[in-house]
Each structure stands twice: as structure tokens, then as C-alpha cells.
Design a protein around this ligand. Structure first.
Ligand code: ADP
Length: 924
């Protein structure tokens, strides 16, 4: 295997690039002395000729020391007049590879000059994991970091999820999504499968079916059946129509493994690698018959299956053996006068459409994990997917499955050649820069501050003047235009980078072809309609804005110039006297206050990550600025004061007379933030940095902390009082239902598990959790009196719990029903995290978990009752555990939604009671 030189070595000062690699290869040996390296500087230094002490020290340390000494020697050689500069150790982009077993990732990272970090290093720029990662982990990522998985990707990479989602889109867009073989999910679709087989028999047709475990891989558990009636009604399997006329190569069946890189889902960006693997079976193909359906070497093309056949041929090149390259395959087609370009285009089309199906799920999950991410900011997630494609004799590509952790094993030359290029191009396309850390954090902080400024501006109310309204509307327009301009510039810079660095990738979404692009945008709009129901109109609007934005940079700049001209000419002055009436605009007042973006350039790079992270959400610096109103005495009327004093619990912070200390009780800022960004202002209303620094920090901190604790306690009380309401039933009745479910737990357990883990897709699962989430948000709004709940620390904590409950396709919440230690396993998210949470916050989280559990039970019961009323059968919860009339919801409920459409009476009753939502709700 090719070993690449250590990145750090290439960077030695004074070294000629051409000679560095070969000569440095020798530095890997333990007995290298500095003198052997000094010939690069021509004149050796007396001090540096001795051998280095090596015992008990790490190789990297020794190299750093050598670098340092070389630098010093270099300085000395430049002569005594040049002042000795302290060389700053050059920082490297670090990658954490503790989650991957593939050496090729390390090799390529090092080839690109990245340094492999220690296994437990949480601050790396890039994380590579073979397994998919929990949403919680993605929530915790800092904005400059990247990880190789998206939350929500399971919706196309699990076989049953892919089948379910494809079935949904095929219902409305059959022509566009006919590339997926007909599929049934067992056991739910068993009767549909039998009906299909019956129809075939009536038409005197026979088909072969292939069954696969829902979450299987590498050919495990796959079987072929000639007769659908013989297929067992097994749980967690899918059945697919077998494509029995595949294109053959030298008489063998084969499939293609293609690699697709998704660099972002917000907005979607997809690249197809121009090479891949052709995996051949190892027994010549024959149409399936009863006699050969068990021949896995004939019908399956998996490497993991065929490598066990004695006829498996390890290829010495890209064009021979049982594994070959896609490039070879395309050449083979051309030699046989087949239009490989058209086939390749159809494959690309199929891949984009599959990702269009995934996009509503990806976007939803990503935004849940990364609330408040600046629009157009770099995605922390990316993913290399492995698409398995079968081609039939009519050259039609069929999607067999999508792998979220394709193998990067490099057993054979063809593997190494293709996968190393793939990984190298992938990492390069991510465009990770050492400055990302400071830049992204500054942008995040600016965004948080902007949000705060926006929040606190008043745009209505009886006392706001006409002048102020117009001024604000121009301000708002200017802000929007600036954002649009920044987005356009960002997109064009990104595209420019991609075009120069895409290597062997070709971007397939958004495509360059305009007609294709429009079609894809339409499809995206449709899939949001299919999967998002309630939120679809807003999302569809956003899709049009993001993907169909025809505005050019110059247009936006023109508009901005017009806006600024209006502003200068005072077009918003209502009196026409040239002078505005009413109060002096707030924005122009504190001259000493930097604009939200002003500080960002010289942000201290060394600033603690934790501090910046928490500040990004709270935007504490601008809170201080917002609280500062020269000329207004503490306690005089003004938004912060009135907001804080409303609840009658002394919510203002002016507890020291004339201290001028003021803060929003809503702050989620860390103590460090509050200290460094003082919230103070002096009694006379003047505000200078010096005075700011004289404020009694400890006092401030304790006041804010006390206030936060108090509000957290209030939140807990409110959460404890909250009850899940069963539509059309009183609180007592809802309690009774919950009690009943718990009493008959043995009976309901498998049904609830099937309902939650199998029946509901990720979006519906989220909807269940969202019932609790939206009510919790309402409590926070009321208790903390903020307009932006997302910026509260306590909400961020709650959000992590919600995400945890949705973890692993809902397994997170299901574990909470367990009587073992699993029930509290979600609490581990806090033990591993650097965020300190207090007892009251933890108790709030516990209550939230309990509410989510209750909510699931009520929703389950509601769906089941609705179903029973439809079929006039008594519902399981109303029958005894051992009653023979108790039926499984999972077996019967085919079109499950939280409120099935045919439960009119109940829904109507319910919508009167809870008009805001169509799902069961909570009352507090
Ligand atoms: P796994 O994840 O276990 O590899 P796949 O869906 O990739 O499962 O199927 C394994 C192999 O079975 C494929 O490589 C292909 O050769 C064959 N196969 C799977 N589905 C079909 C199908 N519908 N028609 C024909 N062959 C199929």
C-alpha cells in the first residue's frame, strides 16, 4: 500500500519542495539527526548538529522541535540585524478518524496535508465515521466542523424506508419514479403481495420475487421465491419484484456500485463520481427457475457473497476479474455500439430523483439539529453514498439500494484506484480551510447579534411614528437585499471553487441544464407537498426562492443602491420638512457601539469555543447594547423594562439603585460571556468601555444566574402542570386512558412498538414529538418572555432531548419505556457534553421525556380508536389482554396518520377544541 509522506514534514521551512518527499522519507527512521536535514539550508549551525534525544518521545514532537530549531538556525543565518522573530507554529487542519477502520481515509487526508488528530480530540475539523451518527452528535458539532453523515439519510438508506417513501411518490409521480422495482414491506403489505400474485396468476404470468431483511446488507438473508404465496409473513423484510432479464457481461450478471457525494442539504448539492465498481456474479446467469433460485453465486452480485466462490477472480487490473471499473464498463458498451452517455445520464437522473425524495427528510432533520444556522452557511454534514444499480437488457437502470456506509476496503487494485481518488476528491471538494474556525464563528455570532437587533426593533404599536415605520421598512429591505447579495456571492464563490476542484466528480444537482433544473425544482416542490403536508406551502415557496432565484449580483446591487438613495434623500420623512419628527432613531444613537458585523474581523481566534458557541445563540454582546439607551434612566419606560416587570415577580435587574445594571432575564449566556460582554451602563447614561469594565461582575453574574434559576424553576412547575389532552376527552379521561394502557402494558407493548418504530415514518414520529415541543415552546415564551425561544440555553437543552428521543428511528423514545437502565439512557447526552446543566434543567428534561411518552400513548390510542370505530370493532385498550377480539393495529392500519381522514366526527370535535393543530394537543 502506498504510504504518503507526513504532512507536517512537507512544511519544513527552507526545504525545497521537489526534494522534500524523497529525502524526508528517511526521517521516518528513528536515527535521523538534524544535521542530516540541514543541508537544505546550505550552512549548518554549530548548535544544531548533534543527534536528537529520541527515547520516550513522540515522533511528532521531535519533528516539531526540529522545525523550531531549523527556524531558529534560519533566523541566525539571516544576520544579526534582523530581529529574531518568534515563529508561530503553523496550525494544521485536523481530522478525527477514530470512527473509521479504512486506512485509505487516513492516507488521503495526509496526502492533502491534514493532520490526523488523537482519537479523543473533539476539536478536529473533519470527522469520518463508518457508522451513522446520532443526531445529538450533529447538534453538538461546531459550525466549522464537518462530519460524513446527514441526519435523516436513513429514509433512503434503509430498505424499508426507501420502499415506503418511493411508494408514496410513485402514487403521485409514477413516471418519474419508476426506476425502483415494485416493493412490498412485510408484514404490513403481505395481503397486497398476495393480491398481486393472484392477479398475475389470472393473467397466466409468473414472476420471481426476492426477499431481503429491511436493514440488511452484504447479501445476508436474501432469498428468491418463484411463488409469492410461499413467502413467509416475516417481520422486517421487504419483498421486491426480481429483475429477471439483467444485462450480462461475458454471460455473468453484474451490478454497479456508484458513488455520490452530497455536500449540503440546505440547499441540496449532489455530485456523482465518474467511476465506480462493476461487481460480477461468479456463476453464469440463467433465467430463474425452481432449480436455480438458490444459486446465490448466479443471482447475487455482492462481493461479500461471491468472494466465497472458488471461481471468484481477483482482478489485477481495472478491466478483468470479478470486480472491474465503471470506466471499463462504459468502454465495453461503446465497443458494443451502445450509447453509454445516455445510460449515464439516466443513471444521474435516477440518483437526483432519489435524493429529491430524501430532501424533505434531510432538510427537516438537519434544521432540527442545527437550529439558527446562518442561511447559506457551510453544511457541517456531508455524505458519500453508495448507489447499487442494476441494468436490464433494455439498458434501463434500476435502483436496488442506497448505502450510507459503502465499503472503503481496498483489497484489490481496482478498489484502491477508485476509492482513493474518490476520497481525495471528496475531501478536497469540502473546501476545509484553517480559517473556517474563526470565520464561521464570527459569522455565527454576527447572525446571532443580527437576530437580536431585529428582535428588539419595534415595528408596530400605538406610539410608533409613521416616520419610524418607514425608516424601519427601508432598513428591513436593505437588510434583506444585503442578505440576498451575500447569498448570491457565496453561491458563486462556492461554484467557482467546485468547478476548479471537483476532480472526477460531476455536479448533478443543481444541474447546469436549465430544463432539467426546472423539472427537478418542480419535483422537489412535489415531494415537500407529499412528505410535509402542513409545512409544505412555506417550504415550496422557499424552494422557489432558493433554487429558482434568477437575480444576478448586479441586479441586487442596483436595488441596494436605490434603497440607499431613498434613505439619503429622506424619502421616508413624512412631514417633507427635511427633518424627521418623532424620537431620534435608535439605531443611530450609540455611536460607540460597533455595528453587528464590525467586530467580526478581529475576533480573537483563540477565544474559547464553548464561549463562542453559547454566545452565538444568546448574542449576549448585543443584549448589552440593546439595554443601553443614553438619556433614559433605569426604570423609565422602555421595552426591556416593561418586558421584565410584567410578571409581577420583580423581574427587572435594577436591584442596585442607580447601578444601571440591566439584562434580559432570557439570557442563555454563559457566565464567561456575561463577564466579558458587560451588560452595564452607568447611572448618568454615559457608556464607555472603561466604565463598563468597572461594573461589579460578580454581582451581575449572581443576579443573572439567580434570575435564570428562578425562571427554570417556573418552567418546571409549568411543565409539571402540563397534561396531554386526548381529543374530545377531559384531562381525567386522558389520565384514565394512560392508566389503562399501563395496566395492560404486556398487551399493548408490541403494538405500540410496531406503531412507533415501524408504522410511523420519521416525519410522523417528529410530529408526535412536535406536539410536546410546541407546547414546551409556548411555556418558555410565557415564562421567559422572549420572542426568540431558540436562543435560550434551556431550549437548546430541551432540543437535544427531543433529538435524542428521535434517535435511531425512534429507538430513543422507545428505550424510555423500558424498565431497565435504558429508560434513562438519554441522560447520557449530558454526561458526555461540555454543557453544564443544573438539577432543575435536568428535571425539566425528565418531565419532557415523560410528556413525550404520554403523547405517544395518546396518539397511538387515538389512531387505534379511530380505526376501531371505522371497522366497528372494539379497540384493544377497551378489551382485556386475553380477549380474542383484541386486534393488532399494526396489522390493520394501512394508511396511518395521526388523525386518519375518516375519523371526521372526532376530528371535527377536536378541531373545535384545539383549532391550532390537527393532532392531539396538550393543555397546561
Ligand atoms: P444487500 O444490501 O444485502 O447487498 P441488495 O439489495 O444490494 O442487498 O441486493 C443484493 C444483490 O441481490 C444485488 O447486488 C443484486 O445482485 C441482487 N438483487 C437485489 N435486488 C434485486 C432485484 N430486485 N432484481 C434482481 N436482482 C436483485
Amino acid at each position: 500500500m502506498i504510504r504518503q509522506p507526513k504532512a507536517g514534514l512537507e512544511r519544513m521551512p527552507g526545504m525545497k519542495p521537489s526534494s522534500s518527499v524523497s529525502s524526508l522519507a528517511s526521517t521516518e527512521k528513528q536515527d535521523v539527526t538534524l544535521s542530516s536535514l540541514m543541508h537544505y539550508t546550505q550552512r549548518p549551525s554549530a548548535k544544531t548538529t548533534g543527534p536528537l534525544q529520541q527515547t520516550g518521545r513522540r515522533h511528532d514532537d521531535r519533528l516539531d522541535e526540529r522545525q523550531q530549531e531549523m527556524a531558529e538556525a534560519d533566523d541566525r543565518l539571516k544576520g544579526p540585524l534582523i530581529p529574531k522573530k518568534k515563529r508561530k507554529k503553523k496550525s494544521l487542519i485536523t481530522v478525527n478518524l477514530s470512527g473509521t477502520r479504512y486506512d485509505v481515509i487516513r492516507q488521503m487526508s495526509e496526502k492533502l496535508g491534514y493532520a490526523v488528530a488523537k482519537d479523543d480530540d473533539p476539536n478536529s475539523y473533519l470527522f469520518w465515521n463508518d457508522c451513522f451518527v446520532a443526531t445529538d452528535r450533529i447538534s453538538e458539532m461546531k459550525s466549522f466542523q464537518r462530519i460524513n453523515h446527514f441526519p435523516g439519510m436513513g429514509e433512503i438508506t434503509r430498505k424499508d424506508c426507501l420502499a415506503r417513501n418511493m411508494a408514496k411518490v410513485q402514487k403521485q409521480l409514477a413516471d418519474d419514479f419508476s426506476f425502483a422495482p415494485k416493493t412490498w414491506i412485510l408484514p404490513a403489505d403481505h395481503s397486497l403481495l398476495l393480491n398481486y400474485a393472484k392477479d398475475l396468476r389470472a393473467k397466466k404470468k409468473t414472476k420471481t420475487f426476492i426477499i431481503k431483511p429491511s436493514n440488511g446488507a452484504q447479501g445476508h438473508g436474501i432469498q428468491l421465491f418463484r411463488n409469492a404465496e410461499k413467502i413467509p409473513q416475516t417481520e422486517h423484510f421487504i419483498v421486491q419484484e426480481y429483475i429477471d432479464k439483467p444485462l450480462l457481461m461475458d454471460g455473468y450478471k453484474f451490478d454497479l456500485r456508484l458513488y455520490v457525494l452530497v455536500t449540503s442539504c440546505d440547499p441540496l448539492r449532489v455530485f456523482l463520481f465518474d467511476d465506480g465498481l462493476v461487481r460480477l456474479s461468479t456463476e453464469k446467469y440463467l433465467a430463474p427457475t425452481e432449480a436455480n433460485i438458490n444459486h446465490s453465486f448466479m443471482h447475487l452480485t455482492n462481493y461479500s457473497v461471491n468472494k466465497h466462490n472458488e471461481f471468484y477472480e481477483k482482478g489485477e487490473s481495472l478491466s478483468s476479474g470479478s470486480k472491474r471499473s465503471v470506466q471499463f464498463f462504459r468502454e465495453y458498451l461503446r465497443q458494443n455500439d451502445i450509447n453509454d452517455g445516455l445510460l449515464w445520464q439516466n443513471i444521474g437522473d435516477m440518483i437526483v430523483k432519489t435524493l429529491i425524495v430524501s430532501e424533505p427528510h434531510l432538510l427537516h432533520a438537519y434544521r432540527m439539529c442545527r437550529p439558527g444556522a446562518a442561511p447559506g452557511s457551510d453544511s457541517v454534514c456531508f455524505e458519500v453514498l453508495g448507489f447499487d444499480v442494476l441494468i436490464d437488457r433494455k439498458l434501463r437502470p434500476w435502483l436496488l439500494e442506497v448505502n450510507r456506509s459503502p465499503s472503503f476496503g481496498t483489497d484489490e487494485r481496482v478498489d484502491y484506484d477508485i476509492k482513493s481518488a474518490l476520497i481525495e476528491d471528496t475531501i478536497r471538494l469540502l473546501n476545509i480551510k484553517i480559517s473556517d474556525k474563526s470565520r464561521n464563528m464570527a459569522a455565527q455570532k454576527a447572525e446571532a447579534r443580527k437576530r437580536l437587533f431585529r428582535q428588539n426593533k419595534r415595528t408596530d404599536g400605538p406610539d410608533i411614528t409613521e416616520y419610524e415605520k418607514k425608516r424601519q421598512s427601508i432598513e428591513k429591505r436593505k437588510e434583506e437585499l444585503k442578505e440576498t447579495l451575500a447569498r448570491i456571492r457565496k453561491v458563486s464563490a462556492r461554484e467557482d471553487y467546485e468547478n476548479r476542484n471537483r476532480g472526477r466528480f460531476r455536479r448533478i444537482f443543481p444541474p447546469d441544464d436549465k430544463i432539467r433544473h426546472e423539472r427537478y425544482v418542480q419535483l422537489l416542490s412535489s415531494t415537500f407537498g407529499i412528505f410535509m403536508s402542513g409545512k409544505a406551502p412555506a417550504m415550496q415557496k422557499e424552494i422557489q426562492r432558493v433554487y429558482n432565484n434568477k437575480l444576478k449580483e448586479v441586479d441586487v446591487m442596483d436595488m441596494l443602491a436605490e434603497c440607499e438613495a431613498d434613505e439619503k434623500e429622506g424619502k421616508y420623512y413624512t412631514g417633507g420638512t427635511g427633518k424627521p419628527r418623532g424620537p431620534k432613531p435608535l439605531l443611530s444613537m450609540p455611536v460607540s457601539v460597533p455595528s453587528p458585523l464590525e467586530n467580526d474581523e478581529d475576533e480573537d481566534e483563540e477565544m474559547e469555543d464553548e464561549e463562542t458557541e453559547s454566545m452565538s445563540a444568546s448574542g449576549s454582546p448585543s443584549m448589552a447594547r440593546q439595554g443601553y439607551h443614553p438619556g433614559r434612566r433605569p426604570g423609565s419606560s422602555g421595552r426591556p423594562d416593561s418586558r421584565l416587570s410584567n410578571d409581577g415577580t420583580s423581574s427587572t435587574f435594577n436591584s442596585r439603585p442607580n447601578s444601571g445594571v440591566r439584562s434580559r432575564p432570557t439570557s442563555n449566556m454563559s457566565a464567561a460571556n456575561q463577564r466579558s460582554r458587560s451588560l452595564s451602563r452607568t447611572g448618568n447614561g454615559k457608556h464607555t468601555p472603561l466604565q463598563r469594565s468597572t461594573v461589579d461582575d460578580n454581582f451581575l453574574l449572581s443576579v443573572v444566574k439567580e434570575r435564570e434559576d428562578e425562571l427554570t424553576r417556573k418552567t418546571l412547575v409549568a411543565l409539571n402542570e402540563m397534561r396531554i389532552k386526548f381529543p374530545g376527552k377531559s384531562d381525567q379521561e386522558a389520565e384514565y386512558i394512560l392508566d389503562k394502557l399501563h395496566e395492560n402494558w404486556k398487551f399493548h407493548k408490541p403494538r405500540i412498538a410496531s406503531y412507533w418504530l415501524v408504522k410511523l415514518d420519521s416525519i410522523k414520529r417528529r410530529k408526535v414529538i412536535d406536539i410536546v415541543r410546541s407546547n414546551v415552546r409556548a411555556v418558555l415564551l410565557r415564562t421567559w418572555r422572549v420572542s426568540d425561544v431558540d436562543s435560550l440555553k434551556v431550549y437548546r437543552i430541551f432540543n437535544r432531548v427531543f433529538n435524542r428521543l428521535l434517535w435511531s428511528h425512534g429507538q430513543g423514545l422507545w428505550n424510555c419505556f423500558s424498565s431497565s437502565s435504558n429508560a434513562t439512557s438519554w441522560e447520557a447526552i449530558f454526561s458526555k457534553s461540555s454543557e453544564n446543566i443544573c438539577e432543575a434543567e435536568l428535571n425539566c428534561c425528565r418531565r419532557i421525556v415523560q410528556l413525550c411518552r404520554d403523547c405517544l400513548l395518546i396518539v397511538y390510542q387515538f389512531a387505534a380508536e379511530a380505526k376501531s370505530s371505522q371497522s366497528n370493532t372494539p379497540h384493544p385498550s377497551s378489551v382485556d389482554e386475553h380477549s380474542s377480539t383484541g386486534q393488532s393495529i399494526s396489522a390493520r392500519d394501512k394508511s396511518l396518520s395521526l388523525i386518519p381522514p375518516n375519523t371526521q366526527t372526532m376530528s371535527q370535535k377536536y378541531s373545535k377544541l384545539y383549532p391550532a393543530t390537527r393532532t392531539p394537543s396538550m393543555g397546561s
